[in-house]
Design a protein around this ligand. Structure first.
Ligand code: PLP
Ligand code: COI
Length: 351
């Protein structure tokens, strides 16, 4: 693979200032699709793209992305978490968005080379990691609305700390009762860019009201909860963990799947089911709603302390992180950083 190294390496950000997705490493990976095939991937210095103003991604948003993480321990061992699952999901997104599928071996090997080149950028403090953002965009320069013939795949890397500025403190989430994220038959189950653009208005309104994100409801009946903008949701009712079933409008989260598998391996009851807003209200009123938490690559396992609905706040577990949430946070991050053994085969050592 062709590698062009930067002549102007950047200084690394202080670890306590990382936050999420604010700093980017010195290099990125690019790979173009033209004349019906993918070209060789290349590593180049991190730099802006020059784009013709008619480039189709800028108009019609034919683009998808992924999010995964690399970790480095104090001894310098670098691992990836379930990377192949991210590329498989990206290929499902390609099919839905009329984009050419990636050769998973090629992009995986190229990613490993990029990470090894940038290994000094991987933070090692607890709660930190290197966030990896593979992205695929349509690059034809024409204004007709049709699937393209030219695409660019790229990967950028960002050393990160906590996704929420509040860290592991339970968040306040507003249940959205007006706008919807994804109808059945839409693009909710793939990570296409438009899903996120369409969610911004609700997010802004929620933030003005003091909530950090919204919990979307189904588009048909506005009755069943689905997911949060960057997380799948779990609720604990009377010791039974429940998460909305993947009905077609919800992203099949890799952290969601990991949490389900950890729970099953520990014989903790877990159900993929429909969860109505009435179930949540009832569970709150009769005291059986013990915990709520979200899962995601960026968000990891994130406790929810308050659910707002219709002008009312439901405080869950007195606004504190629950036992199962804490257990899952510890188990998952422990497996990810090598603090616990990995019986699932999720952790991939790369050096
Ligand atoms: N739901 C949405 C809409 C997301 O953007 C994400 C983040 O990727 C998730 C759920 C969680 O998915 P994963 O655990 O694969 O990161
Ligand atoms: C991730 O968790 O990787 C995501 O893609 C969430 C993102 C929208 C910040």
């Amino acid at each position: 693979m062709k590698i062009t190294k930067t002549t102007m390496p950047k200084s690394k950000p202080p670890v306590d200032k990382l936050g999420f997705g604010k700093y980017f490493t010195d290099h990125m990976l690019i790979m173009d699709f033209e004349d019906g095939k993918w070209k060789e991937p290349e590593i180049v210095p991190y730099a802006p793209f020059a784009m013709d103003p008619s480039t189709s991604i800028l108009h019609y948003g034919q683009g998808i992305f992924e999010g995964l993480k690399a970790y480095k321990n104090k001894e310098g061992k670098i691992t990836l978490f379930r990377a192949l699952d991210n590329f498989k999901r990206m290929n499902n997104g390609c099919a839905r968005m009329c984009m050419p599928k990636l050769d998973i071996d090629v992009v995986y090997n190229a990613l490993v080379e990029l990470i090894l080149l940038e290994k000094d950028w991987i933070p090692t403090d607890p709660g930190t990691s290197l966030y990896i953002r593979p992205t695929l965009i349509a690059t034809d320069t024409q204004l007709g609305v049709s699937s393209g013939t030219k695409y660019r795949f790229f990967i950028i890397l960002s050393p990160v700390g906590s996704y929420y500025s509040t860290g592991l403190k339970p968040t306040k989430i507003l249940i959205e009762d007006k706008y919807v994220r994804a109808p059945l038959g839409g693009t909710g189950e793939v990570k296409c860019m438009g899903n996120y653009a369409a969610s911004l208005l609700s997010g802004d309104i929620a933030k003005k009201k003091g909530y950090s994100q919204v919990l979307w409801m189904d588009s048909n009946e506005h009755k069943y909860v689905e997911e949060v903008g960057a997380m799948n949701m779990f609720f604990v009712f009377d010791g039974v963990v429940k998460t909305p079933a993947l009905v077609g409008s919800i992203l099949p989260g890799i952290t969601r799947d990991s949490v389900i598998k950890i729970l099953k391996s520990e014989n903790i009851p877990i159900e993929e089911t429909r969860i109505s807003i009435d179930d949540i209200k009832k569970g709150f009123e009769n005291g059986t709603l013990n915990e709520a938490f979200g899962t995601g690559t960026a968000a990891v396992v994130s406790p929810v302390g308050v659910l707002g609905f219709n002008g009312k706040d439901f405080e869950i577990n007195s606004g504190k992180m629950g036992k199962i949430t804490e257990y899952l946070y510890d188990r998952l991050t422990g497996i990810q950083v090598g603090r616990y053994p990995d019986p699932f085969g999720w952790v991939i050592p790369i050096n």
